[in-house]
Design a protein around this ligand. Structure first.
Ligand code: GLN
Length: 485
């Protein structure tokens, strides 16, 4: 069973359900793979191997449970999802020793579905970044080429799935953090519609933008995980009480006849690397060959998306991170002898450079003299951006374009924070508009040999249809190989 790790989540779930493999065997296969690849990849901040094995033994003793769709399946969680009795650090020194006393709702739902948590994944500190180089602990490497970044901020989740250390992971996406590492690591990543998945127990970065979603090695796997975590939660007032469709039943369409794909002119022009463009064009040709119609559409405010996003995200971050003050939460400096000094020293020691930069900028755009000029203006542009999408969706069913302008870059290549912000150009609009988006691996770049992801975006709550289009394309493109690690 040494090759068990190469199976998809759906395949292993079926093998577990039929008794062909035991939960202990599934967990062992992952732990072996972690041992073999983790020294190079460094995807995980915590491995809960012992607990996972114990849980698997107990589950095997009781036998498979057909009512639990993920019975015995080992999964990994981004380390900003609260896990009861398991450290949850947000890859920050300020939460280095934080052990929550409750599970995030998405975690509860995975557990109830029978999944076994085997680790917590590395990330950019507080999800701020696009490469996972901002972790306070160590940098995660791309399993396809360990000199390159896995993308971020859910880079640990992306790398652990691509490396075969688990069968699926949860990431979060505030401005692209599921889709970016999925694209760089050659896996499927889905950011659901805002409100589709409960954010209860997700340590907030930008509350009006954050969504939890699956990162997996196939579209069917993503559908399976989304099925489990989606749905209304009274503990999150922004979770939406809309019926959860049967995502798996939606899959299997024969072709793409009757589907109109919009190609935004602003996404397919200048700035796109030639190898990315070539791979993406081939996948659009494939969609056309499968019967889809393509039309040019316009997301005319794309040029303003980065500025708008970074104002809103930093404003929300500065407010959300105020709770880490050494009193209510987080590291406390023991030497300070008065209150203000204690706050200052605790936060200075606990937060990394990028987090501090964003708190400062976020506080600035919310300050009384500048609120209208920055925050309010950004909120208005956000609204217009959403209208751009609404207009586009009168002409097409889905939008297709790049996830990123390039394939994964080398560790240390982007030292200027602004350079890093710019690569989010194609992902952040979906968050500003609250719409679902996904990255589907469509091939390897001709020059770099690194994975290329196609981004699909659609109207609110279109996940079932979007997954079915993606699965049809995936099936016709043939399976994405795993990296030779
Ligand atoms: N790169 C973006 C940022 O740094 C997005 C991060 C995310 O989606 N969490 O804010």
């Amino acid at each position: 069973m040494s090759e068990l790790y190469t199976k998809t989540l759906s395949q292993v779930a079926a093998m577990l359900g039929s008794g062909e493999v035991t939960a202990v065997e599934a967990v062992r296969a992952c732990l072996d793979r972690i041992e073999a690849t983790e020294p190079e990849v460094k995807a995980l901040l915590t491995v809960t191997g012992e607990q996972a094995l114990k849980q698997a033994e107990a589950m095997d003793a009781a036998g498979p449970d057909a009512a639990k769709p993920l019975w015995g399946v080992p999964v990994v969680l981004k380390d900003l999802l609260a896990t009861k009795d398991v450290k949850t650090t947000c890859a920050s020194k300020i939460l280095e020793n934080f052990v929550p006393f409750y599970d995030a709702t998405a975690v509860t739902r995975l557990k109830e579905a029978g999944a076994i948590i085997i680790g917590k994944a590395n990330m950019d500190e507080f999800a701020m970044g696009s490469s996972t180089e901002n972790s306070a602990f160590f940098q995660t490497r791309n399993p396809w080429d360990t000199e390159r970044v896995p993308g971020g901020s859910s880079g640990g989740s992306g790398a652990t799935v691509a490396a075969g250390q688990c069968f699926g992971a949860l990431g979060t996406d505030t401005g692209g953090s599921i889709r970016t590492p999925a694209s760089f690591c050659g896996i499927v990543g889905l950011k659901p519609t805002y409100g589709r998945v409960s954010r209860f127990g997700l340590i907030a970065y930008g509350s009006s933008l954050d969504q939890i979603g699956p990162m997996t090695r196939s579209v069917e796997d993503a559908a399976r995980m989304l099925q489990v975590i989606a749905g209304y939660d009274p503990k999150d007032s922004t979770s939406v009480d809309v019926e959860v469709p049967d995502y798996l039943a939606a899959l299997g369409r024969e072709n793409l006849e009757g589907v109109t794909i919009g190609l935004p002119r602003e996404y397919w022009g200048e700035g796109l690397d030639a190898e990315v463009e070539a791979s993406l064009k081939a996948s659009v040709d494939k969609m056309e060959a499968l019967g889809a119609r393509t039309v040019e559409v316009s997301l005319s405010l794309t040029d303003y998306a980065i500025a708008t996003y970074y104002i809103i995200a930093m404003a929300e971050a500065s407010s959300n991170l105020s709770r880490f003050d050494g009193v209510r939460f987080g590291h406390r400096d023991k030497d300070a002898d008065e209150l203000i000094d204690m706050y200052t020293r605790s936060r200075t020691q606990g937060f990394g450079d990028e987090v501090q930069r964003r708190i400062i900028l976020g506080t600035y755009v919310l300050s009384s003299g500048y609120y209208d000029a920055y925050y309010n203006k950004a909120a208005k542009v956000r609204r217009l951006l959403r209208e751009d999408f609404d207009k586009a969706f009168t002409l097409c069913d889905f939008i297709a374009g790049p996830v990123l302008p390039t394939t994964a870059f080398k560790v240390g290549d982007k030292v200027d924070p602004l350079q890093m912000y710019l690569i989010d150009i194609f992902t952040i609009s979906a968050n500003l508009a609250g719409l679902p988006g996904m990255s589907l691996p469509v091939g390897l770049g001709a020059d770099s040999g690194m994975p290329v992801g196609l981004q699909l975006m659609g109207p609110a709550f279109c996940e079932a249809d979007m997954l079915s289009v993606a699965e049809c394309l995936e099936r016709n493109l043939g399976p994405m190989p795993m990296p030779a690690l």
